[in-house]
Every structure is written in structure tokens, then in C-alpha cells.
Design a protein around this ligand. Sequence first.
Ligand code: SF4
Length: 134
Amino acid sequence: MTPDSVDALYDEARHETPFSNGTEADGWFYANCETCWHDREQRSEETAGPGCPLIMVAYLGRTPIQWMEGPRSVEGYISIPNQYRCIEYRHEDDGPADPQPIPDPPGQLTLVPREDYQGHRMLTTAPQETAVTK
Ligand code: SF4
């Protein structure tokens, strides 16, 4: 995923607007994208780069498929920071966004190729009790 891949990301995105209003959008972007590696150039005063292409897809009115629906309370409520879980999120202190190959342990034989079993690791947490909307 690079800033110039907006067209491809837009084509594969869900045909629905991700947020009901600007408050939801700003709250989610603030909670998720403010610390993300993919949008760091947009936040930096020195680089002022293009930023994350998924945010552009959202601004264009579609929901990126990389945004998984977040948890809801038993009453069906969502919290703005957890409305979606972005599978591309990487903390800006984590280093490059591209996956780094994990070396095989020294002295070990490789019985099964690892590539097919490596990918995004999805973590879920309990819903937060902040900024609830429906
Ligand atoms: S990858 Fe996801 S969390 Fe990171 S800036 Fe883009 S939309 Fe936000």
C-alpha cells in the first residue's frame, strides 16, 4: 500500500460511506491515524507528504476493505475510536510498514514454508466506554 495506490484501493472498497458525520470521522482518525506509520508524512511539517491512501478513499465516500467493523455493545452501540479496526495500522515507532522477513532459527530445519502462514495479526480488545454513538 503506497500513497499512489488510491485508485486500486478505491475500486476494491465497499460502496458505503464510512462515517455518518464529521465528528465520527474526526474522532476515528484522531484515535487511529494520528499515530500510524502510513500517515506520518502528512503529519510532519518537514515532509508534508500525501499521507495514507485509505484516508483518501474514505474522503471519497467509500469504506476501505482494510477497515474491519469494530466491536459493538450488547445494545448495538459503537464507540467512535473503535468503529473500525484498520488492519494496515502500524505505530509510527514500529519502523517500516513493509513486513520484515522473520529469519528461520539458526540450526533448525524448515519443514513447512512459512510464507503461507504469515500475514496481518488481528488483535481485538473490549469495547471502550467513550464517545458512544449509534
Ligand atoms: S493505515 Fe489505517 S490507521 Fe493507518 S493512517 Fe491509514 S487508515 Fe489510518
